[in-house]
Design a protein around this ligand. Sequence first.
Ligand SMILES: NC(=O)c1ccc[n+]([C@@H]2O[C@H](COP(=O)([O-])OP(=O)(O)OC[C@H]3O[C@@H](n4cnc5c(N)ncnc54)[C@H](OP(=O)(O)O)[C@@H]3O)[C@@H](O)[C@H]2O)c1
Length: 247
Amino acid sequence: MENGALSGKTAVVIGASSGIGLATANLFVDHGAKVHAAARRREVIEEGAAGVTAHALDISDSEAVWRVVEEIGDSDGIDILAVPAGMNFPERRFEQLTAEKWDQMISVNLSGAFYAVRAALPYLRSSEGLVILISSVSGRWPDASGPAYQASKAGMIELAHAVGFEEHTNGVRCTAILPGIVDTPILDNRPEPPSKEVRDASLKPEDVAQACLFVATLPPHAYVPELTMIPTAIQAFGKTSIASPPV
Ligand SMILES: NC(=O)c1ccc[n+]([C@@H]2O[C@H](COP(=O)([O-])OP(=O)(O)OC[C@H]3O[C@@H](n4cnc5c(N)ncnc54)[C@H](OP(=O)(O)O)[C@@H]3O)[C@@H](O)[C@H]2O)c1
């Protein structure tokens, strides 16, 4: 793909200090986009992503999300909004969940995405723009990621589809990307972090960034509502378990 494929476009990436978001922000810059990159750890964005404008933002803070998105939209417009911000915690089994933990998960992983897309909507309508929500295969079939995480990721998929359903006549596309396991720091929060062997066989953040670039560089008349990407050797569609051999 040519390097200027996103030139003239403004992209906002929320959750851009690490992993998939950082790789996506860097890839979008490489392809000529003007990138606004946000996360709570602004200084980490500045260390890892050259050529972006970094913003400190907690996506679960609806007023802060509105303010930052509006500032960006008013100054540069918004062609692409990508939301990779997300979290999980080690105490994820249903019997371990409390109302407080549940609310924390939903507020970051699901409500945060809603706040961002809602705030960006006027700018996306003006630009006939694109939303990319980084959900997960955990939102599609059961696995060990925990009911709160799975519910948040399933909600994110349906948020993407419903926004796409309502907004396509305004030229706005909303894509849910569902990665399988990706070798990023979020895996350190598993009750038992995966082995080096599993990490090596996992997707890399740059792979998912390529999926983001793919949807972001399609012509406006081509809409991908959902894109699933899994690591060939250790996951199959509908099957997360890496313990049992393929059948
Ligand atoms: N890795 C996987 O196996 C995998 C698989 C499927 C889907 N996903 C999803 O992919 C997305 C990216 O995760 P990753 O794997 O790249 O993990 P990661 O390296 O841990 O990155 C998570 C990003 O989310 C940001 N974030 C977390 N809480 C936030 C908040 N309250 N406000 C703003 N930003 C916040 C973090 O930034 P700050 O901490 O600086 O705020 C960081 O930039 C997540 O939604 C995750 O659920 C990951």
